[in-house]
Design a protein around this ligand. Structure first.
Ligand SMILES: *Cc1c(COP(=O)(O)O)cnc(C)c1O
Length: 379
């Protein structure tokens, strides 16, 4: 028997340690996708494992209306770590799409409006609301009609944004670097203009940092590099180093008028323990800065290799350890070659982009290994 939703890969993974995964035949793979950015500290990090074990022995579940220390600690950690400490109100859920779904609801409640602006190429998740804000037709068509009142604008075009956002706009959703859409970083000016435009109309600016956050781009949140604070920030993927957690961090004006939301598993103690250990380790060891440095090194090495070996590479782009290599042929063939012949697991982002989202703890030697593998796979 097998699940029917995912297409299965021809490798059975048995265990993981640091940036490596191991299959049932004992083969080693360098995980340069961190399985969709969920393992910033690497697989089975001892601090997270210990936190999970201890919490599982103490209390595995209590609903979120009963305060419990481990959850309160996570609320405080996320509030303190939010951009400029300005998003101290935390909603916890189980995934990225739920974090965005909550942000859509909160924005509607707080503004009294329903119109939401999203961007072409955006990816915000697969539930009916978040999916409505996602661009790719293939993901949406079989399930329509989705949630209504979503308008799409061209990512990076601040003039178009200024034209469509008005007093009836509940929210603008942006990824600071579009991930699934092909690794497209926003300019600082675009994020600044988005802030000004939404301030003028009283609309909520929401940054979806589900892929960019948790240190991946060199700072804990990518928006910190632009100095732009949104009204809500959503996070998930790596926030609990692989345990299922999403969070919506909200400004006071949103929290004060958020409607009525809830979820049985909100703030599950075991998951909170994993997140506390993840965030504590990440900040104590200044891993975001390390990610920024190794990421810059990797991008430069890849550009040099592409030029030296005349590789079919159109562009290397990204920020920190969120890197896209746009190739002149199908990315899937390259990815298959990387996995089966070089023991390197990476991801696509559309048909022509090889996407690298490694654990943030990789060293330059790992980057060298992957650049060499890519050079061979592309030659
Ligand atoms: C992965 C992702 C999501 C959806 O998260 P899930 O946990 O898969 O629901 C939303 N937004 C962005 C930017 C993502 O990368």
């Amino acid at each position: 028997m097998s699940g029917f939703v995912f297409s299965e890969k021809p490798i059975t993974i048995e265990s993981g340690e640091g940036p490596y995964l191991y299959d049932d035949a004992g083969n080693e793979y360098l995980d340069f996708g961190a399985n969709y950015a969920v393992a910033p500290l690497g697989h089975s990090h001892p601090a997270v494992t210990e936190a999970v074990q201890q919490q599982a022995e103490t209390l595995t579940y209590v609903q979120a209306s009963y305060p419990t220390e481990v959850r309160t600690e996570l609320y405080d950690r996320l509030a303190d770590a939010s951009p400029e400490g300005a998003l101290p109100n935390v909603w916890l859920c189980n995934s990225g799409t739920e974090a965005n779904e909550a942000a859509m609801k909160f924005a509607r409640a707080a503004t009294g409006n329903s119109k939401i602006i999203a961007t072409k190429r955006a990816f915000h998740g697969r539930t009916m609301g978040a999916l409505a804000m996602t661009w790719k037709k293939k993901y949406k068509a079989p399930y329509e009609p989705l949630a209504g009142d979503i308008e799409f604008v061209t990512y990076g075009d601040d003039e178009e944004l200024a034209e469509v956002v008005d007093e009836e706009t509940a929210a603008v959703f942006l990824e600071p670097v579009q991930g699934e859409g092909g690794i497209h970083p926003a300019t600082i000016e675009y994020l600044e203009r988005a802030r000004e435009i939404t301030d003028e109309t009283g609309s909520a600016l929401v940054f979806d940092e589900i892929q960019t956050g948790v240190g991946r781009t060199g700072t804990l949140w990518a928006c910190e590099q632009a100095g732009v604070v949104p009204d809500m920030l959503t996070t998930a993927k790596g926030i609990a180093n692989g345990m299922p957690l999403g969070a919506t961090l909200c400004a006071d004006w949103i929290a004060e008028n958020h409607g009525d939301h809830g979820s049985t598993f909100s703030g599950n103690p075991v998951v909170c323990a994993a997140a506390n250990a993840t965030i504590e380790t990440l900040l104590a060891e200044d891993i975001p800065t390390h990610a920024g440095d190794v990421g810059a090194y990797l991008m430069e090495s890849m550009e040099t290799a592409a030029a030296d070996h005349d590789l079919p590479v159109r562009e290397v782009r990204g920020n920190g350890l969120m890197i896209g290599i746009e190739v002149k042929r199908g990315a899937n063939r390259v990815l298959r070659d990387l996995a089966l012949n070089h023991g390197v697991l990476a991801l696509p982002a559309g048909r022509t982009v090889v996407r690298l989202l490694p654990p943030l703890i990789i060293e330059e030697s790992h980057a060298d290994e992957v650049v060499d593998a890519l050079t061979e796979a592309l030659s």
